[in-house]
Design a protein around this ligand. Structure first.
Ligand code: GLN
Length: 392
């Protein structure tokens, strides 16, 4: 038999999703793969029940149902601060995972360079492999995860086709400041690069931090492919509804890529989400208030247990410093932690390009009771993990 593709040989499985399977095996509280254990708003689930009878059940227009795009364009125009044209500036995708892949395939030729900040969400590595692009990594340095503008310019001097920007950032919880975005924008313009964003946590940004769409920085709307999804904002990660918004001349190509990748996002789910996209600002305020409460409970719990951690400015991830346990492998640490402590986490090394193995990522998109149960289990961590490691 001939070998399978060289492209796929470069992949490992997703460590995030592997940690979910390991958590299930040990009946651990799964704080690895980031998704909520609470229900989506009743508005959207009731609407979905009606649609089971009324339809639609057949394909929507490949780049997104008309009413979905119109509702989405209204919402985006409101939050992004510029008019988004539903006919020509949006393509609806199967989650932002497809949006990012389609954006990369729209922009990059095999061999092109693409700047990726490290640590980064693991899909960007796979996106680069699949599109044939070569990632150029720029470090976001712990503990505050700022980049060195000199390092960034060095990367831009390699004439990248695009820069990938995850803001608010997974896994660090960093929210890029206006000054940082202006540095990126200046260099993107100077070196004529596109920007591909992943902004799925756009509505989960803790005060006093603010989410600024890089497409709103002067000059950037023309060169930005803004990718996001409904998953995190409406607690429907399983619905796989995402989108790219960009100038019409870019979307024209992105639609073709999307069409041949997946034909379209699920028609009944698009229909069910329309009313949600039209909801007022109070929904987003409540969402943030609830996430702020979850973050506060979790951060306080970790502080009480004297577990060193990062301070999330946005998104719902927190990184714990596990230096004190002396593990060489953070993957082994996470496996032991799921088994012995009963809490699932993701090893930080799966996000970092640099040899970092003293951080693990956990998330707090969970009900209060789940978070308290996790904190109760974490209380035993120091004893169980230290003993385990020194015994071996
Ligand atoms: N974005 C989520 C995370 O980082 C979920 C990833 C996934 O499995 N799609 O955990």
């Amino acid at each position: 038999m001939q070998d399978l593709s060289r492209r796929s040989a470069g992949f490992t499985d997703s460590v995030i999703r592997r940690m979910t399977r390991i958590s299930m095996k040990y009946d651990a509280v799964n704080l690895s793969q980031g998704f909520p254990d609470f229900d989506p708003p009743a508005l959207i689930t009731r609407r979905l029940a009606e649609i089971a009878d009324s339809g639609p059940h057949q394909y929507s227009i490949t780049w997104g149902a008309q009413n979905f795009r119109e509702a989405l364009a209204e919402k985006l125009s409101r939050f992004m601060g510029r008019y988004i044209e539903p006919e020509s500036e949006i393509v609806v995708t199967c989650g932002s995972t497809e949006a990012m892949m389609a954006a990369m395939l729209t922009v990059a030729n095999p061999g092109d360079k693409v700047i990726v900040f490290s640590p980064f969400y693991e899909n960007y590595g796979a996106d680069a492999i699949l599109s044939g692009a070569e990632p150029v990594y720029v470090a976001l340095k712990p503990p505050d995860f700022c980049f060195d503008p000199g390092d960034l310019e060095t990367a831009f001097k390699m004439r990248p086709k695009a820069l990938i920007l995850c803001n608010p950032s997974n896994p660090t919880g960093k929210v890029f400041t206006r000054e940082e975005l202006e540095v990126i924008a200046f260099l993107a313009e100077k070196y004529d690069s596109y920007i591909i964003t992943d902004e799925v946590y756009e509505h989960i940004v803790y005060a006093p931090h603010k989410h600024i769409y890089i497409s709103s920085i002067p000059g950037m709307a023309d060169r930005t492919l803004s990718c996001s999804s409904l998953s995190k904002t409406y607690s429907i990660t399983g619905w796989r509804l995402g989108y790219i918004t960009a100038p019409a001349c870019i979307i024209e190509t992105a639609r073709k890529v999307h069409d041949f990748l997946t034909v379209g996002a699920a028609a009944p789910l698009q229909e069910a989400a329309v009313s949600m996209l039209r909801i007022g600002d109070e929904y987003y305020e409540r969402l943030l208030a609830e996430y702020t409460e979850r973050r506060d409970i979790f951060v306080k719990g970790l502080d009480d247990l004297k577990i060193p951690h990062t301070d999330p400015e946005g998104a719902y991830y927190i990184m714990l410093d596990i230096s004190e346990y002396g593990y060489e492998s953070d993957l082994v640490f996470c496996e032991d932690m799921a088994r012995l402590v009963g809490v699932g986490a993701v090893p930080g090394s799966s996000f970092f390009r640099e040899p970092v193995n003293h951080l693990i990522r956990i998330h707090f998109a969970k009900k209060k009771d789940t978070l308290i149960e996790a904190l109760n289990r974490l209380e035993g961590m120091r004893k169980k993990m230290t003993r385990n490691n020194t015994a071996e």
